[in-house]
Ligand binder design. Structure first.
Ligand code: CO
Length: 461
C-alpha cells in the first residue's frame, strides 16, 4: 500500500486569519461545508486562534453557534482547533477551571483535535488543556513552536516532544508561525522526532518567506504524518502552501493524501468570489500575498517587523529602525530567548523600541515585561538576565511555583455577574475569555430577542 499523508485544510481558520484578519462570515462558507466534507481531508481547521474574538467583535456571530453549525454539516472529516494553552483563545493566563471548561465545551460542541501550544514552549502551560482534552475524549496535539536562537537546539525540541508524548499527547505539531523554518532544518527535525517518538508528527508553516512549499515537501520526505495547506485561492503570502499543488505533487510521488482534486476544484470555485470581494473591498491587502524574505534576514517574524516599523513611524523615528533591529536580539537574549510569537513578539519588540528611544536600556520597563519576569507567563526558555530581573523587579521575588495555581476560579463570579444575559455555560465562557466583546454581544442578543417578541405581538394584533 502507498504511504498515506494527512492533509489539514486551514482555509476557515489560519488562512482566514493570515490573509483577511479572520473577517470571513459564516455566510461565505456555509454552502460549501458539505462539499468540503467530501474532499478527503484528514481534518479541517475551523476554530480557535482569532476566530472566537473576531466572531464576537466584528461578525456579530456566536462563535459556539458557528462551531455547532460547521459540525452539523461536516459529518465525516475531523474538526480541528488551535488553543493557546493556559491562555485558551485570549492573551492572558486563565484559571484552571476556565481552561478545563473551555476545552470540554469545545469538544462537546464538535471539535475532534485540539492543537495546544504555548508561546514559551513551557509544558506546564499546556498541561491542563492536554489533560482535559484527553478526559473529554478529544485528540490532544502537543505543539513545538519553532524559533531560531542559540538555545533552541534539536536536542531541546526533541526533549519537548518526548515530554509532550509522556503527557499523553496523541500527536505532535511543529508550528512554524513565522515561516522561517528552512526545508533542510525541517527535514532534520522531523527525522529526529520520528526517531525518538512513537506518536505522529505534523508540520505547520506559512509561505511568508517563500520557503514553506519546499519545507512541507521535505517534511513529508522525512516521514511527517501530515501537513497543513490552504485551498489555492486562499494560499500563498502570509498564508500557507496551496492544497491542490501539494496534493498534485504527492500524487506524482505515489503518496496517498486521500484528497480528491476534483472536489478541491469545487471548493476553490466557491471561494474565488469570496476572495475577490475581500480584495475589492480592501479586506485583503495584496501586499500580504507577495514573498517577503526580511524575516530570514532579521530572523524575526514579518508581522513583528511591520509592528516595529509602525511603532517608530507613529513617533516619527523611523530613522532608528536599524538601531531597534540591533537591539531586538539583545532584549530577546536578556528575556531568556522566548519564541517570537504573540504575546512575546510584542513584548520584546516594544521593549527594544523603548530602550532605543529613551537612550537607556530598561530605563522604562513595560508592565507586561515585569509580569513576565515575575513568572506570570510561565518559565522562560533560558534564565532571564540578572540585570533585567533586578531592574524589573527590584527586591520583589519572582513566583516559585506555577503562577496559574494562584489564579482564583473565574467561572462562578462571571455567572453571577451575567445573570440572565448568559443562557448557557458557553455564554459564560465567552464572557470570561473576552469580557467586553462578549458582554456587548450578549446584551445585543437579548435586545434583539425582546424586539422580536414585541414585533410578533404587534403583528398578531
Ligand atoms: Co499558523
Amino acid at each position: 500500500m502507498n504511504r498515506r499523508v494527512h492533509i489539514t485544510e486551514v482555509v476557515l481558520r489560519d488562512a482566514n486569519q493570515s490573509l483577511i484578519a479572520t473577517r470571513m462570515p459564516r455566510s461565505d462558507f456555509e454552502d460549501i461545508l458539505e462539499t468540503m466534507d467530501q474532499a478527503g481531508y484528514y481534518s479541517l481547521e475551523v476554530w480557535g486562534g482569532a476566530t472566537f474574538d473576531s466572531c464576537l467583535r466584528y461578525l456579530d456571530e456566536d462563535p459556539w453557534e458557528r462551531l455547532r453549525f460547521i459540525r452539523s454539516k461536516v459529518k465525516n472529516t475531523k474538526l480541528q482547533m488551535l488553543l493557546r494553552g493556559q491562555n485558551i483563545l485570549g492573551y492572558r493566563h486563565y484559571s484552571d477551571d476556565t481552561v478545563r471548561a473551555f476545552v470540554r465545551k469545545s469538544v462537546e460542541n464538535g471539535i475532534d483535535i485540539i492543537r495546544i501550544f504555548d508561546a514559551l514552549n513551557d509544558p506546564h502551560n499546556m498541561a491542563t488543556a492536554i489533560d482535559e482534552c484527553l478526559k473529554a475524549g478529544g485528540h490532544a496535539q502537543g505543539t513545538i513552536c519553532y524559533t531560531i536562537s542559540p538555545i533552541h537546539t534539536f536536542e531541546n525540541y526533541v526533549a519537548l516532544g518526548k515530554t509532550l508524548e509522556k503527557m499523553g499527547c496523541n500527536s505532535i505539531c511543529i508550528k512554524d508561525m513565522a515561516g522561517i523554518m528552512s526545508p533542510q532544518i525541517c527535514y532534520d527535525l522531523v527525522k529526529a522526532l520520528k526517531k525518538d517518538l512513537r506518536i505522529p508528527v505534523y508540520v505547520h508553516s506559512h509561505t511568508t518567506t517563500g520557503l514553506a512549499q519546499m519545507t512541507l515537501l521535505k517534511a513529508i520526505e522525512a516521514g511527517a504524518d501530515g501537513v497543513d495547506t490552504a485551498i489555492s485561492i486562499f494560499s500563498g503570502g502570509t498564508s500557507h502552501p496551496s492544497t491542490e499543488s501539494l496534493v498534485y505533487t504527492l500524487n506524482e510521488m505515489n503518496i496517498d493524501s486521500g484528497v480528491d482534486l476534483k472536489v478541491c476544484k469545487k471548493i476553490n470555485d466557491h471561494f474565488k468570489p469570496v476572495q475577490e470581494r475581500f480584495l475589492k473591498e480592501g479586506g485583503l491587502n495584496p501586499s500580504v500575498l507577495t514573498t517577503k524574505i526580511d524575516a530570514l534576514n532579521y530572523q524575526i517574524p514579518g508581522g513583528m517587523l511591520s509592528n516595529l516599523i509602525s511603532q517608530l513611524t507613529a513617533v516619527d523615528k523611523l530613522d532608528k529602525l536599524d538601531e531597534v533591529l540591533a537591539e531586538t536580539p539583545n532584549v530577546r537574549k536578556d528575556m531568556g530567548y522566548p519564541p517570537l510569537v504573540t504575546p512575546m513578539s510584542q513584548m520584546v519588540g516594544s521593549q527594544a523600541v523603548t530602550n532605543v528611544l529613551t537612550g537607556a536600556r530598561y530605563k522604562l520597563i513595560s508592565k507586561e515585561v515585569k509580569a513576565y519576569c515575575r513568572g506570570e507567563y510561565g518559565h522562560s526558555p533560558a534564565p532571564i538576565s540578572e540585570e533585567l530581573m533586578k531592574l524589573a523587579l527590584g527586591d520583589e521575588k519572582p513566583y516559585e511555583g506555577r503562577y496559574d495555581d494562584m489564579i482564583e476560579p473565574e467561572i462562578p463570579g462571571a455567572k453571577e455577574y451575567l445573570g440572565d444575559l448568559a443562557e448557557s455555560e458557553e455564554d459564560v465562557l465567552s464572557y470570561v475569555a473576552f469580557p467586553q466583546q462578549a458582554e456587548a454581544f450578549l446584551k445585543e442578543r437579548k435586545l434583539k430577542k425582546a424586539l422580536k417578541v414585541s414585533y410578533t405581538i404587534t403583528e398578531a394584533k
